[in-house]
Design a protein around this ligand. Structure first.
Ligand SMILES: *Cc1c(COP(=O)(O)O)cnc(C)c1O
Length: 364
């Protein structure tokens, strides 16, 4: 079976972990500090604060920009649940705005319709590895005095109009979960050019203590610290992320070339000003036949998956905010039509040819 996702783990990753184990310093320390320094440099951003998941990164980011009970935060309903759950974790209200058909990302025009006097921020998600439309989003934010949080969980190394993920919004959250482009098992990072936000993030991940004055609690905090074990893997992966992303882009290009002339398949559109890092390679097919097509693909030994089968507004804990079927037609339609195919760096040329042939056969 060609797996739909698979991390790349080398001898170097293993050696880095063993060194940390031998050192006896397993929790947040030297490796985490080094990882933060190098991650910030990679994004071109002043500060990186490492945490232990992407969800923790988004929660921490929302805390740092001051999202509190009663605030409204606008985000996409077509994303992983953590983008929106992080808003609920600050007791704020999730307000959804529909996505654009071509990019799977939030539609700036829809954002504008949802702004009220309670709106404080926008969480824009860089879905599948392509950054959202930040030119338009930042314009809207400036006009209405809103903060912008970038959910860059799937987009490390991605760019839009020459700016890199982690360095466009007020603050950004990355995930280093095992299947993400840059991974360390479980982990996350917050990046920001605002030093005050960065200090609040460091406090929040460490029980509300400043890292300089222990046992002085300034506010509620969590244990969101990253381990040195995770950071050691992250450091090795960071050294290879450009190579891994380039492989993903090459694989995506080959898949799109192979599937371009099949009328039953819509291949992902890469916007010309975007450097897409293809966390997922997602095609659209006839919604009536989607599940049947997927079964056929799997029968031939090709992994595939639906990211995401049900938009967030149709899940009960968001539905009880008054949302129902029909509210976000583009997200709902996309959820019924999408299939993600393998695109990860461990695919061989034969794998790519097999995926193309299998999909061609399955959609007939
Ligand atoms: C993976 C992911 C998250 C959450 O990251 P975890 O590390 O799994 O907590 C948040 N948002 C998006 C878009 C993701 O893909």
């Amino acid at each position: 079976m060609i797996p739909v996702v698979k991390p790349t783990i080398t001898e170097e990753d293993k050696k880095a972990v063993l060194e940390v184990l031998d050192s006896g310093m397993l929790a947040q320390g030297k490796e985490v500090a080094e990882f933060e320094k190098r991650f910030a440099e990679y994004c071109g951003c002043r500060n990186a604060v490492a945490v232990n998941s992407g969800t923790a990164a988004l929660h921490t980011a929302l805390y740092a920009i001051g999202i509190r009970e009663g605030d409204e935060v606008i985000t996409s309903p077509f994303t992983f649940v953590a983008s929106a759950n992080a808003i609920l974790m600050q007791n704020a209200k999730v307000v959804f705005a529909d996505i654009k058909k071509d990019s799977f990302n939030i539609d700036p025009k829809e954002i504008e319709k949802k702004i009220t006097d309670k709106t404080k921020a926008i969480v824009a998600v860089d879905l599948f590895g392509q950054m959202a439309d930040y030119d338009a989003i930042l314009n809207i934010a400036q006009k209405h005095g809103l903060k912008v949080v970038e959910d860059a969980a799937q987009a490390v190394g991605a760019e839009i109009s020459g700016s890199r993920a982690g360095n466009v919004a007020d603050i950004a959250g990355f995930s280093l979960y095992a299947t993400k482009n840059l991974m360390c098992g479980e982990g996350g990072v917050v990046t920001t050019n605002n030093d005050e936000y960065a200090e609040l993030c460091r406090r929040f991940r460490h029980h509300g203590q400043s890292e300089k004055t222990r046992y002085q609690y300034y506010d509620i905090g969590y244990n969101y610290r990253m381990t040195n074990i995770a950071a050691a893997i992250g450091l090795v992966q960071l050294g290879k992320i450009d190579e891994y992303n380039e492989k993903r882009q090459k694989n995506a290009e080959a898949l799109s070339k192979g599937l371009a002339d099949i009328p039953e398949v819509v291949v992902p559109a890469a916007s010309p000003e975007a450097k897409h890092v293809f966390h997922q390679y997602t095609i659209l097919v006839d919604p009536e036949k989607r599940d049947e097509i997927m079964n056929k693909i799997k029968e031939q030994g090709c992994g595939c998956a639906v990211f995401y089968p049900k938009p967030l507004h149709l899940h009960p804990h968001f539905g009880n905010m008054g949302y129902s079927e029909g509210d976000f037609p583009v997200s709902e339609e996309t959820a019924k039509r999408c299939i993600s195919l393998p695109v990860h760096p461990r695919l061989s040329e034969e794998d790519i040819s097999k995926i193309i042939e299998t999909v061609k056969e399955a959609v007939k």
